[in-house]
Design a protein around this ligand. Structure first.
Ligand code: AMP
Ligand code: TRP
Length: 327
């Protein structure tokens, strides 16, 4: 049987080029090889303030974007986290088996909470346990993510290992899979920070449904540096980021890309990278328009996803309850 893959994405803002390069396109590329579960994690998205009236449409929009990017709902189970209540049930049981110290080490919590540590919701702190529950419920062996989620997947491994030691072998211990190219796409306005759904600003991210002219404008404004040479140099994050986007989407070798830009200026670099991005996203925009032409299509896909996900989740929950002496 094919290995089980699970990954998740939050419906918290517009899906962007970082999500595409770091995660979604890898899910699509490996879809045929694996037994896949892709989850829209709305219960993660409520760990920070949000607009309840927008959540329903954001979830559906994201589902349509994923299908437009090439997730095949026949081949893969595409579903919404809150439609399968076992995710929250398992989270509580795992929270009781997760040392505080493990969660205190999570760098994403430290970054997100910052100086507001005393005031943020407790869900922001226990967020990685919900993520562990997502993964472990489906007996997942492979978790393809961007670089920022590596620590969380490792925590899931530790939680699974500890649980299996205490209560007997219940969970498959998952492995993170992080592709080297494009695992961390940086913000266009500040190439020292990762591109993120939660950063405001017109010139931070490229949305997967952005019009070609907006893509050109956004890349045209990308922060670079005052040097001239165009090569992959991590010390120069702005140029490095643009070249990485090119490399990830065009598939050309780094050396071929550097040779191509020899003697050219940053204006040429931005123009050409913009065209590579426009070309890569054109089919996504086209197919998004087709899928959303009938609003019921997405609801049907998500309903079917729920029906396929639920039995797998319920089977794991039964073993967990029995192992913990709760039934
Ligand atoms: P999120 O938007 O936080 O729900 O992330 C969904 C997926 O996209 C996860 O696998 C992340 O690791 C990945 N991802 C998010 N931002 C980036 C980025 N800037 N570069 C590469 N991958 C990313
Ligand atoms: N926390 C992940 C992120 O923000 C999303 C996520 C939730 C996830 N559950 C998951 C990713 C399980 C992989 C596996 O990117």
């Amino acid at each position: 049987m094919a290995a089980r893959v699970f990954s998740g994405i939050q419906p918290s803002g517009e899906p962007h080029l970082g999500n595409y390069i770091g995660a979604i396109r890898n899910w699509v590329a490996d879809q045929e090889r694996y037994d896949n579960y892709f989850c829209i994690v709305d219960e993660h998205a409520i760990t920070v303030p949000y607009e309840p009236a927008e959540m329903r449409s954001r979830v559906r929009e994201l589902a349509a974007v994923l299908v437009a990017c090439g997730i095949d709902p026949e081949r893969s189970v595409l579903f919404v986290q809150s439609h399968v209540p076992e995710h929250t049930e398992l989270t509580w049981l795992l929270i009781c088996n997760t040392p505080m110290g493990w969660l205190e080490r999570m760098t994403q919590f430290k970054d997100k909470a910052g100086s507001r540590r005393e005031r943020v919701g407790a869900g922001l702190f226990t967020y990685p346990v919900l993520m562990a529950a997502d993964i472990l419920l489906y007996q997942t062996s492979v978790v393809p993510v961007g670089d920022d989620q590596k620590q969380h997947v490792e925590l899931s491994r530790d939680i699974a290992g500890r649980f299996n030691n205490l209560y007997g072998e219940v969970f498959t211990v998952p492995e993170p899979v992080i592709r080297e190219v494009g695992a961390r796409v940086m913000g266009l306005d500040d190439p020292t920070k990762k591109m993120s759904k939660s950063v405001e600003g017109q010139h931070h991210a490229i949305g997967l449904l952005d019009e070609p002219d907006l893509i050109r404008r956004r890349i045209g404004r990308a922060v670079t540096d005052s040097l001239r040479e165009i090569r992959f140099d991590e010390e120069r994050p702005g140029v490095h980021n643009l070249l990485t986007i090119h490399h990830a989407l065009s598939g050309q070798d780094r050396s071929a890309i550097e040779a191509h830009f020899e003697g050219k200026g940053y204006g040429d670099l931005k123009k050409e990278v913009a065209e590579v991005v426009v070309e890569a996203l054109a089919p996504v925009r086209r197919s998004y328009a087709e899928i959303t032409a009938d609003p019921e299509t997405i609801d049907g896909i998500l309903e079917e996803g729920r029906e396929r996900a639920r039995p797998a989740a319920e089977a794991t929950m039964e073993s967990v309850r029995r192992a913990m002496g709760l039934r």
